[in-house]
Design a protein around this ligand. Structure first.
Ligand code: SF4
Ligand code: SF4
Ligand code: FES
Length: 473
């Protein structure tokens, strides 16, 4: 079959602030300006959503080629089209570049327009930046400094609007701060497919609200908080927990399902305060689900295993790493090949899975399996496979069909043929074993993040890292 060659995208010439550039046809004007270093401020525009053009913050001066008598563009001394500038400003977020277009993003008219828009937006906005949870990442605050007037000319009383509204179980709304950009409304309609938000009332009394009888409770609700350009929508979980400028941001991945959404983890002094999505168009676009986003509290659980332990007489006692590893080795030395089984985990990284396979090889053990973890998925991001790395386990030969060999392990333990069980990041109860069966094992070695009901029956316990605590993750 002959290889198909894509035609290069058609390029158009556009003059931005006096300099000609080329962009592929279809490029949004606001994006074209940003690409060449002329950032145009915006509130309602979000590149992953439709463009209603309702905030007017992106006003620029624009012109189209001046046409000669033969309806052909007149060319200037530089051989490029002469631009016929429009007398009124235009928004740059709702139109694409076209041949011979001219743009001025920083002309006196554009600057005056921005100042005017800022002044209007701030008329009824409360002056509560010092106590607002968005401070530090608020577009209104930032653009006010960059493009606004230093003083307010508004002497009248501000319109008071509802505060501290629970829009849903995870999102809180301060209507006074809302600038009616509709990003959250469009996100719910276009991405979450849950038409739940809208505006009611007119003019300066307009407010954002949930439709009657509805709540913002879909599994993607916290993305509205990410894209709200001001402090109107806040995460009920993160709200007032930490000033954002204290957070250390680390690039990571969500490990709560097989999708692997790219994330940024916000920490302070080794405690996670929030996870937010990191853009990756090949995986999660700019979004992540609430379930994965909030699934980190267990790292601070009082059930964390923090200390290696070994069985002494009838009970587990604290020991150091060397002694615990040595004890586990002694226990395993009593058994060979078919007497040993390993429960691995689809939550392990490729590196951990590879080490596990090498460990099994060293022990001569061939009975090894991961524990499947399933839940309802959706057609947006959430995968029904709640293990992040089932594929890695498959590729590394630890499983062929997740869970397929668990029956063999349960049967082997029940019959007494398996004498040593090594549980790596998995609770054997979830694999189908009973506490009595586990208790009867001569060696039960546990390596895990949290204690579970089976841990107390272990003969050696090794604490493990959580997903955010190791550089390999
Ligand atoms: S709550 Fe935020 S995202 Fe929603 S319309 Fe208001 S300002 Fe825009
Ligand atoms: S879709 Fe999956 S990977 Fe993405 S945030 Fe949700 S649980 Fe995490
Ligand atoms: S960003 Fe263009 S009108 Fe809002």
């Amino acid at each position: 079959m002959s290889e198909q060659v894509l035609a290069p995208p058609q390029l158009v010439n556009v003059q931005i602030n006096g300099v000609w550039h080329q962009f592929p046809k279809g490029t949004r004007l606001i994006e074209a300006c940003e690409k060449v270093g002329s950032y145009v401020p915006r509130y309602c525009y979000h590149k992953k959503l439709s463009s209603p053009g309702n905030c007017r913050m992106c006003l620029i001066e624009m012109g189209l080629p001046k046409m000669g008598p033969e309806r052909k563009p007149e060319l200037g001394a530089d051989g490029m089209p002469v631009i016929n500038w429009m007398p009124r400003p235009q928004i740059s977020c709702a139109q694409d570049v076209s041949e011979g277009m001219g743009v001025r993003t920083d002309s006196p008219l554009a600057q005056e327009c921005r100042k005017g828009v800022m002044e209007f937006l701030l008329i009824n906005h409360p002056l509560d930046c010092p106590i607002c949870d968005q401070a530090g990442e608020c577009r209104l605050q930032e653009f006010s400094v960059e493009y606004g007037y230093a003083e307010s000319r508004f002497l009248e009383n501000k319109v008071k609007k509802p505060k501290n509204i629970e829009l849903g179980p995870r999102v809180t709304l301060d209507d006074e701060r809302c600038i009616l950009c509709s990003r959250c409304v469009r996100f719910c309609q276009e991405i979450a497919h849950d038409d739940v938000l809208g505006f009611i009332d007119r003019g300066s009394h307009s407010v954002l609200t949930a439709h009657p009888g509805k709540r913002l409770e879909n599994n993607y609700s916290l993305n509205t908080v990410d894209i709200c350009p001001v402090g109107a929508l806040t995460s009920s979980d993160f709200r007032f927990q930490m000033r954002v400028w204290f957070l250390k941001e680390t690039k990571s991945f969500c490990t709560s399902c097989a999708t692997g959404c790219n994330t940024i983890i916000g920490t302070r002094e080794d405690v996670i305060y929030r996870q937010t999505p990191r853009e990756n168009d090949a995986v999660n676009s700019s979004w992540m689900c609430d379930y994965g986003r909030l699934n980190f509290g267990y790292l601070q659980s009082d059930q964390r295993l923090l200390q290696p332990q070994i069985l002494s007489g009838e009970k587990l006692i604290a020991a150091d790493w060397n002694a615990t590893i040595a004890q586990a080795v002694v226990q395993l030395k009593h058994f060979s090949g078919w007497e040993i089984a390993l429960l691995a985990s689809g939550r392990m990284t490729n590196e951990e899975l590879w080490l596990t396979s090498q460990f099994a090889k060293t022990l001569g053990a061939n009975l090894i399996e991961i524990v499947p973890r399933r839940g309802p998925g959706d057609d947006i991001l959430l995968s029904p496979d709640r293990n992040p790395n089932t594929n890695g386990a498959r590729v590394l030969g630890i499983t062929s069909e997740p869970g397929a060999r668990l029956g063999e392990i349960v049967e082997g333990v029940a019959s007494g043929r398996i004498k040593a069980l090594i549980a790596l990041g998995e609770n054997p109860i979830n694999a189908g074993l009973s506490l009595d069966q586990i208790k009867a094992l001569p060696a039960f070695i546990v390596m895990d993040i949290l204690a579970n009901e089976a841990t107390q029956l272990a003969t050696a316990v090794l604490p493990a890292f959580g997903f955010a605590e190791s550089a390999a993750r």
